[in-house]
Design a protein. Structure first.
Length: 248
């Protein structure tokens, strides 16, 4: 990716303090963008990510935001625009994940999953819409392979991500032709802070993956960069980044 492909552009990455969100934020900065990130609990990690972006010679800001809250999202978007001067790219990355048997799921668990993973991207896109229209910008949602395949131990997560995939398609139609809207759907991604149970599954997933390994956060970030810098004519697409795991 050319280092200046996003020069003069500004991006907002929700949940950009750590893990996949951090990799996305850093990749956008490496491509030339100024980047605002949001965080809920990861204040120290957010500050470190913002500092890393500034060290690249880009502008950055870290904004506390609970994406479930309409007022918090409105403030975060307005603060990002105030700090960076414009908004060209919105990456809806903030999400939660939980393993739970379907038969014992509570309504509160169900609602909490949808509040972050589906309501959050809706709120962020709605608040960012005037700025993205002015910039003829892009929205990239971070979905999941679980939104395309039924994961029995993650029914509420899979359902919420499937809803986000459909939201991507409906936003693509609603916001065209000015804004392109696409979705990156990762499969199993290696992360340093996986739980012991999750880490134990890593070899099993890698063995099932045609490409012979699990994904990395940078694999996801590069897919986001494709949608952020590629042809605006591409819209409404769900791009699985899973090494072929979904084919098995």
């Amino acid at each position: 990716m050319p280092l200046d492909s996003l020069s003069g552009k500004s991006a907002l990455v929700t949940g950009g303090a750590r893990r996949i969100g951090r990799s996305i934020a850093l990749a956008l900065a490496q491509a030339g963008a100024d980047v605002a990130i949001t965080y809920r609990n990861s204040k120290q990690e957010a500050a470190e990510t913002a500092s890393a972006i500034v060290a690249m010679g880009r502008r950055a800001c870290a904004l506390e935001c609970d994406v479930r809250s309409e007022s918090a999202v409105r403030l975060a978007v307005s603060s990002a625009v105030a700090a960076l001067g414009r908004l060209d790219i919105l990456v809806n990355n903030a999400a939660v994940f939980e393993t739970a048997p379907l038969e014992s799921l509570t309504p509160d668990q169900w609602d909490a999953m949808f509040a972050t993973n589906t309501r959050g991207p809706f709120l962020a896109a709605r608040e960012a819409l005037p700025h993205l229209r002015a910039a003829e910008g892009r929205i990239v949602n971070i979905g999941s392979l679980g939104g395309e395949h039924a994961w029995a131990g993650h029914a509420h997560y899979s359902s919420a991500k499937a809803a986000l995939h459909m939201l991507t398609r409906t936003m693509a139609k609603a916001f065209a032709p000015v804004i392109s809207v696409n979705c990156v759907a990762p499969g199993w991604i290696e992360l340093d802070d996986r739980t012991e149970d999750e880490a134990a599954n890593a070899a099993r997933y890698a063995a099932r993956t045609p490409m012979g390994r699990n994904g990395t956060a940078d694999d996801v970030a590069q897919a986001v960069l494709f949608f952020a810098t590629g042809p605006r004519f591409i819209t409404g697409q769900i791009l699985t980044v899973d090494g072929g795991l979904g084919l098995s």
